[in-house]
Design a protein. Structure first.
Length: 102
């Protein structure tokens, strides 16, 4: 059985092949950055991504994600997705990279 960490590592490697994408550390995690800004990371076996506020809210309302919290408070535009689905995670990471890097 493949773990969330293994899926994330595979998808992170794909992202790192893109222009402007690098690794960093923040929020006690290894993070993916585009042009120096964080767009995705793995936290407690959940994919965490930054998306436009309306899309993040829609995902939360639909039960597809939960608001990501840091220090006990929700972070705007950040959602955590627990269900491991390689294609869905790949699409979310691409969308987050485009949003943050755009």
């Amino acid at each position: 059985m493949i773990t969330p960490g293994e899926v994330y590592e595979e998808l992170a490697d794909e992202q790192l092949a893109r222009p402007g994408v690098s690794l960093g550390r923040a929020l006690q995690n290894e993070v993916l950055k585009v042009n120096g800004k964080i767009f995705a990371f793995l936290n407690r076996d959940r994919l965490v991504v930054k998306l436009p506020r309306a899309r993040a809210a829609a995902m939360i309302d639909a039960g597809e994600a939960v608001a990501f919290e840091s220090g006990g408070r929700p972070m705007k535009e950040w959602v955590a997705v627990g269900t491991v689905d390689r294609d869905h995670w790949r699409a979310l990471m691409a969308d987050a990279r485009g949003y943050v890097g755009g």
